[in-house]
Design a protein around this ligand. Structure first.
Ligand code: ATP
Ligand code: MG
Length: 356
């Protein structure tokens, strides 16, 4: 659906040049909800803005639903049947209209009511007044905001504003919806309801969604796959479950830990908290990681079998899609030999065991 190949984008300012994207390649399938996560300045917004050409890459290729655009020196070329021609303004606009976008600060027209905000992109499409009216009400129903049709943006909550923005972005039936930090300005309840709405729209309309965020919670709740960006590069990419259960890059680990209470253990160890303090020979501290292959009650089983006690200090079980992944920090007490045997047994049952 979306293919980005070897895209580089350099911003040249008086203060110097910034290489915002360095040879980035990725592929997003039709109907997928794809996440892009990274810290501020990583290049996330630049990357999605290259998908709808709000930003022109310096070099690379971007293919949208079969239409391949090659970029050479910031000039856009359409590649069709092996032939390369300059992309016309008309074709560029057509391509852009097949992509909707929503933003952190909603970008609504403050002086227009909800109806006019949503109707805005329909204005120049040659539709009749009646067609526009019907389409706006269809969109209002889709985002659950019929009762606010005459309200002005200043009369709406953040979540409601974002619903208007989503309706507006979907007005012309785009195949792709780009979301740049759409929930970053919202409270947790509104965030959840907007994420649920996006998930719903993805299912109902089959629209491919690209979600940019700096919060792993957003990725976890709606994305199928995720790319992790750092300093203009995609450093890790994969299915959300795999990234959560086995993050490889240090930055990915940091993001994964940010949504889990388990990361607190490192703090506790550093502070030498009594919670995690082990008295020599008496108890030992371990991190146990459970994934989809573990679904039997291993802790009680191992406790009985080897006569060791598990004191659970921290535990966290995540639901990702319809799979769960969990980890806990445990203090094991018992005879040294028994503990070693218990750990060996746990490892054999696919529980990942790490000494803390
Ligand atoms: N129009 C511009 N002119 C000059 N530099 C820019 C421009 N837009 C972005 N940059 C620079 O490019 C880099 C990537 O910016 P980008 O906005 O893509 O990051 P981001 O990952 O979206 O960050 P944030 O999470 O803060 O939104 C940054 O160093 C930024 O300062
Ligand atoms: Mg950004």
């Amino acid at each position: 659906m979306i293919e980005i190949e070897n895209v580089t984008k350099i911003f040249r300012t008086k203060a110097g040049t910034v290489e915002a994207l360095k040879d980035v390649s990725l592929k997003i399938e039709k109907g997928e909800t794809y996440g892009v996560i990274g810290y501020s300045g990583a290049g996330k917004s630049t990357l999605v803005r290259c998908i709808n050409f709000l930003e022109t890459p310096d070099i690379g290729a971007v293919t949208i639903d079969g239409t391949r655009i090659e970029i050479d020196n910031e000039k856009l070329f359409l590649v069709k049947d092996g032939e390369k021609t300059r992309l016309s303004e008309k074709s560029l606009n057509k391509l852009r209209s097949s992509i909707g976008m929503i933003f952190q600060h909603f970008n609504l027209l403050d002086r227009s009511n909800v109806f006019d905000n949503i109707a805005y992109p329909l204005k120049y499409t040659g539709k009749s007044k009646k067609e526009i009216h019907d389409r706006v009400f269809e969109l209002l129903e889709l985002v659950g905001l019929e009762s606010k049709v005459n309200a002005y943006p200043c009369e709406l909550s953040g979540g409601q504003k974002q619903r208007v923005a989503i309706a507006r972005a979907l007005a012309n039936n785009p195949k792709i919806l780009l979301s740049d930090e759409a929930t970053s300005a919202l409270d947790p309840d509104a965030t959840e309801s907007i994420l649920n709405l996006l998930k719903d729209l993805n299912k109902k309309l089959g629209v491919t969604i690209v979600v940019i965020t700096h919060e792993m919670g957003v990725i976890k709740s709606i994305c199928d796959r995720v790319a992790v960006m750092e300093k203009g590069k995609v450093v890790e990419e994969g299915r959300v479950y795999d990234i959560f259960s086995n993050p490889k890059q240090p930055i990915t680990r940091k993001f994964v830990n940010s949504t889990s209470s388990l990361s607190k253990v490192d703090e506790l160890v550093k502070k030498d908290s009594p919670l995690v303090k082990s008295q020599a020979g008496e108890s030992r501290l371990y991190r146990l990681v459970f994934d989809k292959s573990v679904n039997n009650p291993v802790i009680s089983e191992v406790s009985r079998k080897f006569n060791v006690d598990f004191n659970i200090i921290l535990a966290n079980v995540e639901a990702i899609g319809d799979q769960t992944i969990g980890a806990m920090i445990v203090k094991l007490s018992g005879e040294d030999k028994a503990i070693d045997a218990a750990l060996t047994y746990l490892s054999a049952t696919k529980v990942r065991v790490e000494a803390v």
